[in-house]
Design a protein around this ligand. Structure first.
Ligand code: 5GP
Length: 175
């Protein structure tokens, strides 16, 4: 897909917000059994940066969920492609996501993980597009609320491209 990328949230702003979030989360989970569950692949960069700022014991695990085919439209179909490896019984699960859009992914993942009998499940997302919500879910820890734009960078892709951009950019499709 042809287009250009405009910086929406510059690198320094993303990094300082992640540090802030990490400090808040570390305080909240100091005496808990934290397992960070990242959703592949979009959350990888965010999760790596976030957990580096958290000076507490934690475990890291990953799930892969598919909700989008290629391109910019949501199919709304959510499939669990990879389960976690850890036993989550009695654990405090923090789902790490790149962006909450319709909320379908998070709603499905929360239901799926709840069956594993954790002590708690919360959600941390770098970005949130509240105006696009189709189901009533919200993240407890949000980096930035953004308008209804298609964004790339900092883990977010367009057909597997742009994940490595060190900022959050707006993709502007060529007419
Ligand atoms: P939801 O299930 O909340 O609609 O969608 C969540 C997933 O959709 C995200 O993990 C992400 O993969 C994808 N997504 C939603 N909005 C965007 C966006 O603006 N840019 C990119 N690259 N992916 C998005």
């Amino acid at each position: 897909m042809e287009g250009s990328i405009e910086v929406l949230i510059p690198r320094e702003k993303v990094e300082s917000r992640i540090k802030e979030l990490g400090e808040i989360i570390a305080k909240d989970y100091e005496d808990k059994n934290l397992v960070c569950v990242g959703l592949l692949k979009g959350s990888v960069m965010f999760m790596a940066e976030l957990t580096k700022t958290m000076d507490i014991d934690l475990a890291m695990d990953f799930m892969k969920v598919s909700s989008y085919g290629g391109g910019m439209d949501s199919t709304g179909v959510v499939k669990i492609l990879k389960d976690v490896d850890e036993d989550l019984t009695g654990k405090d699960v923090l789902i790490i996501e790149d962006i909450i859009d319709t909320g379908l992914t998070i709603a499905n993942v929360k239901d799926f993980l709840a069956k594993k009998m954790p002590n708690s499940i919360k959600v941390c997302s770098l970005l949130d597009k509240p105006s696009r919500r189709k189901v009533d879910v919200k993240g407890e820890y949000i980096g930035f609320e953004i308008p209804d734009e298609f964004v790339v960078g900092y883990g977010l892709d367009l057909d597997e491209k742009y994940r490595n951009l060190p900022f959050v950019g707006k993709f502007i499709q060529k007419k």
